[in-house]
Ligand binder design. Structure first.
Ligand SMILES: *[C@@H]1O[C@H](CO)[C@@H](O)[C@H](O)[C@H]1NC(C)=O
Ligand SMILES: *[C@@H]1O[C@H](CO)[C@@H](O)[C@H](O)[C@H]1NC(C)=O
Ligand SMILES: *[C@@H]1O[C@H](CO)[C@@H](O)[C@H](O)[C@H]1NC(C)=O
Length: 366
């Protein structure tokens, strides 16, 4: 099997027919994620990123919870490296769906994505480097599949997962603060701004205004950890077990092409193996009593909606819920949906995550 990245090395040859949907595998051509510090390869990545890894000393100690945050950051950034490597290869090789006619636009996009890939490599090396410094194993790459086959969908996916990161790093900084690891806050805050710059570019490519919201949607580490796993090949992550975070059941947003209006959305979940987290009032054959659909949007109090029109087919449960879009108070930018085993009320994203059985469902509007 020949992957898109093997194709990328065949400079000047048409290798369209060689591109298959084989999972993406590391290492990259430069050896990433194994990159010595210092090394010529690291210098090359830094040059491509237009800047360097932080060169100051790390704090003397960090907590175990902070190590989990660093593991999640590495897990996420390595996934992003896979995605951007494959996307650059698809554009470079004019894979069907990835041809960009305008030469100047094509070059600008490739220049930006090449820098973004190097940025993500450095973000991953920084997190894994800190773990190794504190005597912990580095997070190793998985194999990945991406549910996109054209440029616009790929950029929309990049914008969505970047939004999830932008929300999740808020949670990471909050944990650093409550764990007393303030020495790591400044560096990760610099990455939040960096990812926001990237997302402004993706949004512009999607014909959206660059800034989605005045206060970006928050998330939690568990939502990001679960979302990233939807792109990994099951069983292919060598040391994912080191990441001490909960993985939720999958929540599918069935409705597609969601636009900016108040509307009813359809969702589905597969309850096999999860019904032990359900309230005792819940029965598969009696609908979804005791479950709620909760939305997290902006920095606002989570919105709780009832499940409606519940349909059970085997272990798959589909249902509807209101999406109360309102151009000011709710629903623009990223919204995170979750099925909880409590109807709240919830005062924070943390409270939602603590009651979540299925999620996140990711909804992007405007
Ligand atoms: C690259 O193109 C292949 C073939 O269409 C597709 O399967 C894969 O998901 C694409 N990857 C990205 C990141 O767009
Ligand atoms: C609700 O779900 C949470 C998170 O999955 C779980 O820890 C908790 O035990 C569940 N509560 C009930 C009442 O089932
Ligand atoms: C959104 O909510 C605000 C505050 O409740 C209200 O004034 C406004 O009319 C609503 N806008 C829409 C589009 O529903």
């Amino acid at each position: 099997m020949v992957s898109a990245i093997a194709c990328a090395s065949l400079i000047g040859l048409s290798c369209l027919s060689l591109v298959s949907a084989a999972p993406f595998k590391f290492p990259l051509q430069n050896g990433f994620p194994t990159v010595a510090n210092p090394s010529t390869v690291l210098n090359q990545i830094e040059f491509a990123a237009h800047g360097s890894l932080p060169n100051g000393a790390p704090p003397a100690t960090i907590t175990d919870d902070t190590k989990n945050s660093l593991r999640l950051i590495a897990f996420n950034e390595i996934f992003e490296c896979a995605f951007f490597t494959e996307l650059i290869a698809n554009i470079t090789n004019n894979v069907a769906g990835y041809t960009i006619e305008h030469t100047g636009a094509r070059q600008l996009i490739l220049d930006a994505l090449t820098a973004h890939l190097a940025d993500e490599e450095l973000h991953a090396l920084n997190a894994n480097g800190a773990l190794v410094h504190f005597g912990e194993a580095a997070i190793e790459p998985c194999q990945y599949n991406f549910p996109v086959t054209n440029f616009e969908d790929a950029i929309a996916l990049a914008s969505t997962f970047t939004d999830v990161v932008l929300g999740t790093l808020q949670d990471v900084l909050t944990h650093f603060a409550t764990d007393g690891d303030s020495g790591l806050i400044r560096g990760v805050a610099s990455v939040i701004g960096q990812e926001g710059e990237q997302n402004g570019f993706y949004r512009t490519l999607l014909n959206k205004i660059p800034a989605a919201l005045p206060f970006l949607t928050t998330s939690t580490r568990e939502f990001a950890f679960t979302a990233i796993q939807s792109f990994t090949v099951t069983g292919s992550c060598p040391n994912i077990g080191l990441i001490g975070l909960q993985t939720f059941g999958g929540l599918t947003v069935v409705t597609s092409d969601i636009t900016d209006k108040e509307q009813t959305l359809q969702f589905s979940i597969d309850v096999a193996g999860y019904d032990n987290n359900f309230p005792s009032s819940w029965k598969l054959d009696s609908g979804a009593s005791g479950l709620s659909l909760v939305y997290i949007n902006q920095q606002n109090i989570p919105v709780v909606e009832a499940l409606d029109n519940v349909q059970v087919m085997g272990s798959t449960v589909s249902f509807n819920a209101l999406f109360p879009w309102n151009g000011t108070t709710f629903g623009n930018g990223l919204t995170i949906a979750a099925v909880t085993n409590s109807s709240g009320p919830f005062t924070s994203a943390d409270a939602v995550a603590a009651a979540t059985v299925f999620g996140p469902g990711l909804i992007e509007i405007n």
